[in-house]
Design a protein around this ligand. Structure first.
Ligand SMILES: Cc1cc2nc3c(=O)[nH]c(=O)nc-3n(C[C@H](O)[C@H](O)[C@H](O)COP(=O)(O)OP(=O)(O)OC[C@H]3O[C@@H](n4cnc5c(N)ncnc54)[C@H](O)[C@@H]3O)c2cc1C
Length: 419
C-alpha cells in the first residue's frame, strides 16, 4: 500500500468529515495528545440543516471550550419549546429552567454554516490537520483492520493516508456503513421532510422569541419553526413520505400546499417572505448501522445513525458520541489495543441513550399516546420525561422506559451487533 503523509507529524486518527462530530472528536483527541487529520469533502462555510440545539449540549460545549464563542454569537437564545395543535391550541411553553438551574437552562438556535465552521476552526486551533475539499473515497483495510483512508482532493491526485484509527464522521454519507454494507432502515419509522427559510416571520416577545414552535398537522405530521439570526426562520415539515408525496413529487408544490394548510403556522408567516428554495425530499430520514466499531475503526454522529428531528437531538448525539468515542479511542491508543471491543467500549452507553430517544419518537408518532396522560398516570416519571426532552439520556432510564411501555408499545427491536 502506498501511503503519503502531507503532515510533519504522523497521524494517530484519520477523521472522515469535518461536521460537529468530527470537529469535536479532533478537539478532544488533540488535547489528549493524539494527532488527528480531518478530511472534509466540502468547502466551509457550507449549508447544513439541523439548527436547534437542546440544553444538555451545554456541558459538552463547555468541555470543548466553545461557550465563550457562543455567548457572543448572533444566534437566538432558546429557552423553551411549545406545541401548537392543528386548531391553534397552544401548549404552555416548556421552559428548560423548570428542571435546569443557571446558564445551562438556555441554549441556541444556530445557523449551521457558521456554527460548523466555528467547531472546525476550534479543532484546527487545537492542532488538528484540517484538509478541505478532501473527500475520502474509501477506508483502507488490511484484512478486517482499518489502516487508513484514500483521499481524493478536488485538485491533484488521490493519495492514501495511514492512521492507527479511522473515524467515520461523514454524516448522512455514512462512508463506512456504505462500504461495509452495514446500513439499514429503522423498522417502524418512515418519515420524510421538506423545509425552507422565511424572512420576517413573527417572533414572540421576551424569552419566547427564540423558542422552537412545533405545529402539529394531520396524522401526527408536524412543522418546526426555528428562529435564526438576521430575522430568518427555518420552517420544515415532517410526515410520512406516502402522505407528503402522494399525488406529486414536486417539492415546491408540496411544501406550499402543506404550509398553506397549516393555519396556525400561516398566522406566524403572514408578513414573511420566502428567502430560499425547498430542501429535502422523499428519502426516508431514519437509518442506522449495525455496528459502531470494528478493528481500527469507529463511527460517530450521523455516520452511526439518525432517527428523527422531533426532539432536536441530532447535534447533541453527534457531540455526545464524539465525546464518548474520544474517551474510548484515547484508552485504546494508550493500551495499544485497537480492537473493535476496545474502540467501541462506549457503544452500550450511547446506544442505550439512543434507544430511549427512539422510544420517545415512536410514542410521539403513536396516535393513541399523549404526553399529558402519561405524566398524569406516572407522575414519578415527569422528571425523567423532561430529562429526555432536554437530552439528558446517557444514564439509567429503565424505570422511565418501563412506564413508557405500559402507555405505548415499544418499537421493533434494532438488532445491534457490536463490533
Ligand atoms: C430534516 C432534518 C432536521 C434536523 N433538525 C435538527 C435540529 O433541529 N437539531 C439538531 O440537533 N439536529 C437536527 N438534525 C440532525 C443534524 O443535522 C445532524 O444530527 C448533525 O448535523 C450531525 O452532525 P455530524 O457531524 O454527525 O454530521 P454532518 O454535520 O452531516 O457532517 C458530516 C460532514 O462530513 C462531510 N463528508 C461527507 N462525506 C464525506 C467524505 N466522503 N469525505 C470527506 N468528508 C465527507 C460532509 O461534507 C459534512 O461536512 C436534523 C436533520 C434533518 C435531516
Amino acid at each position: 500500500m502506498n501511503f503519503t503523509s502531507q503532515s510533519s507529524r504522523s497521524i494517530d486518527v484519520a477523521i472522515v468529515g469535518g461536521g460537529p462530530a468530527g470537529a469535536a472528536l479532533a478537539t478532544l483527541l488533540e488535547r489528549a495528545g493524539y494527532h488527528c487529520a480531518i478530511f472534509e469533502a466540502g468547502v466551509f462555510p457550507r449549508y447544513h440543516i439541523g439548527e436547534s440545539l437542546i440544553p444538555h449540549t451545554f456541558g459538552i460545549l463547555d468541555r470543548l471550550g466553545l461557550l465563550p464563542k457562543l455567548r457572543i454569537s448572533p444566534y437566538p437564545e432558546k429557552y423553551s419549546v411549545r406545541f401548537v395543535s392543528p386548531t391553534g391550541k397552544e401548549s404552555t411553553p416548556f421552559y428548560f429552567s423548570e428542571t435546569i438551574d443557571g446558564e445551562g437552562a438556555r441554549t441556541w438556535q444556530v445557523e449551521r454554516s457558521s456554527f460548523d465552521q466555528l467547531c472546525l476552526s476550534h479543532a484546527r486551533e487545537q492542532g488538528a490537520d484540517v484538509r478541505m475539499c478532501a473527500a475520502v473515497e474509501q477506508v483502507l483495510f488490511d484484512g478486517a483492520r482499518a489502516t487508513g483512508v484514500r483521499v481524493r482532493p478536488s485538485e491533484g491526485d488521490a493519495y492514501d493516508m495511514a492512521a492507527r484509527v479511522v473515524v467515520d464522521a461523514s454524516g448522512r454519507s455514512t462512508v463506512l456503513g456504505e462500504q461495509l454494507g452495514l446500513k439499514s432502515s429503522v423498522p417502524g419509522l418512515r418519515k420524510a421532510s421538506l423545509w425552507s427559510y422565511y424572512k420576517g416571520g413573527r417572533r414572540l416577545d421576551g424569552i419566547d422569541a427564540g423558542e422552537t414552535t412545533i405545529f402539529m398537522i394531520r396524522n401526527r405530521g408536524w412543522f418546526w419553526y426555528i428562529p435564526l439570526p438576521d430575522d430568518v426562520v427555518s420552517v420544515g415539515v415532517v410526515a410520512s413520505p406516502d402522505e407528503l408525496f402522494s399525488g406529486t413529487q414536486e417539492k415546491e408544490t408540496i411544501y406550499a400546499r402543506e404550509v398553506y394548510a397549516c393555519g396556525p403556522l400561516m398566522d406566524r408567516l403572514r408578513t414573511a417572505k420566502r428567502c430560499a428554495g425547498v430542501y429535502g425530499g422523499p428519502r426516508e430520514l431514519a437509518y442506522f448501522n449495525r455496528q459502531t466499531s470494528g478493528d481500527g475503526w469507529v463511527m460517530v454522529g450521523d455516520a452511526r445513525a439518525f432517527l428523527d428531528p422531533i426532539y432536536s437531538s441530532g447535534l447533541y448525539l453527534a457531540l455526545a458520541s464524539a465525546e464518548l468515542a474520544a474517551d474510548s479511542i484515547r484508552q485504546a491508543l494508550e493500551a495499544n489495543d485497537l480492537s473493535a471491543a476496545k474502540l467501541g467500549a462506549f457503544e452500550a452507553r450511547l446506544m442505550a441513550g439512543v434507544d430511549v430517544i427512539r422510544r420517545l419518537i415512536h410514542a410521539f408518532y403513536d396516535p393513541h399516546f399523549s404526553f399529558g396522560e402519561f405524566v398524569t398516570r406516572f407522575p414519578a416519571q415527569r422528571r425523567a420525561l423532561v430529562d429526555c426532552l432536554v437530552g439528558d439520556v446517557l444514564k439509567d432510564m429503565s424505570a422511565f422506559t418501563a412506564a413508557l411501555e405500559q402507555a405505548t408499545p415499544p418499537p421493533p427491536s434494532l438488532a445491534v451487533a457490536s463490533g
